[in-house]
Write a protein that binds this ligand. Structure first.
Ligand SMILES: *[C@@H]1O[C@H](CO)[C@@H](O)[C@H](O)[C@H]1NC(C)=O
Ligand SMILES: *[C@@H]1O[C@H](CO)[C@@H](O)[C@H](O)[C@H]1NC(C)=O
Length: 222
């Protein structure tokens, strides 16, 4: 009778290791409280100095991680945030609203690589670093300039700085059709954060790769 139980206890740690093969460590180095969100993964309150760890079995196909600011939630997890809000939920199930700086992770099963980037295609709210931590993969991406403070007047919004596509919704800024080029407004972001995704066809300078199964760290206010 006790034998199967012993087996279960023995296998349990192995099971947990295997089901948390890929780790995202999310760290709040800002001097203020954030409510980071991850889809998939949910969301929570994270006070200055705290870390939130999310584990995935094999890596999601696509994941987005961002910070929400100036939130209030009730005991049931309903509320709202000034930036990055996801339908008023504490535990996000949908992507956030602009402006928000977004760490993006993609698993390309055909190319056998992880893809990772920081995007300001939906604007900027909190400075961020996104870096691989395992597999010998070391290239950090960082956007820590004072984008909100230096934001051009036409892109200013409470709590952050909009991407021009959000404000103007034109083909020039959003690349709805055909090839497109950087604009003087996308260059505002690129000059301050050269490794980040600033307009829809910014791939060559802004997408980085790691072997599949790599773990990552996201640091707010690096
Ligand atoms: C948002 O929160 C920050 C940090 O707590 C605070 O300094 C700022 O005034 C708040 N902004 C608004 C619009 O409430
Ligand atoms: C972008 O260009 C427009 C038109 O030439 C100009 O009015 C605006 O000030 C420029 N903005 C920035 C941030 O350079």
């Amino acid at each position: 009778m006790n034998f199967p139980k012993a087996i279960t206890l023995f296998l349990l740690p192995v099971f947990f290791l295997q089901t948390h093969a890929i780790i995202f460590n999310i760290q709040n180095n800002c001097p203020y409280t954030l409510w980071p969100a991850a889809v998939p993964g949910g969301g929570r309150r994270l006070d200055p100095g705290q870390t939130w760890t999310i584990g995935f079995p094999n890596g999601p196909k696509l994941a987005k991680i961002w910070a929400r600011t100036n939130c209030t939630f009730d005991a049931s997890g309903r509320g709202s945030c000034l930036t990055g809000d996801c339908n008023g939920q504490l535990r996000c199930e949908s992507y956030g609203s602009a402006p928000h700086t977004v760490a993006e992770y993609g698993l390309n099963s055909f190319g056998h690589k992880d893809y990772y980037d920081i995007s300001v295609l939906e604007g900027f709210n909190v400075p961020m670093e996104f870096r691989p931590t395992t597999n010998g993969c070391t290239r950090p991406i960082r956007c820590s300039a004072d984008i909100t403070g230096e934001c051009p007047n036409e892109l200013k919004t409470p709590g952050g700085c909009h991407n021009p596509c959000t404000v103007y919704k034109t083909t020039q800024y959003c690349c709805h059709s055909g090839p497109c080029r950087p604009t003087n407004l996308s260059r505002f972001f690129k000059l301050r954060c050269r490794d980040v995704f600033t307009y829809p066809e910014d791939d060559p300078t802004s997408t980085f790769t790691c072997p599949p199964g790599t773990s990552y760290r996201v640091v707010f206010c690096p």
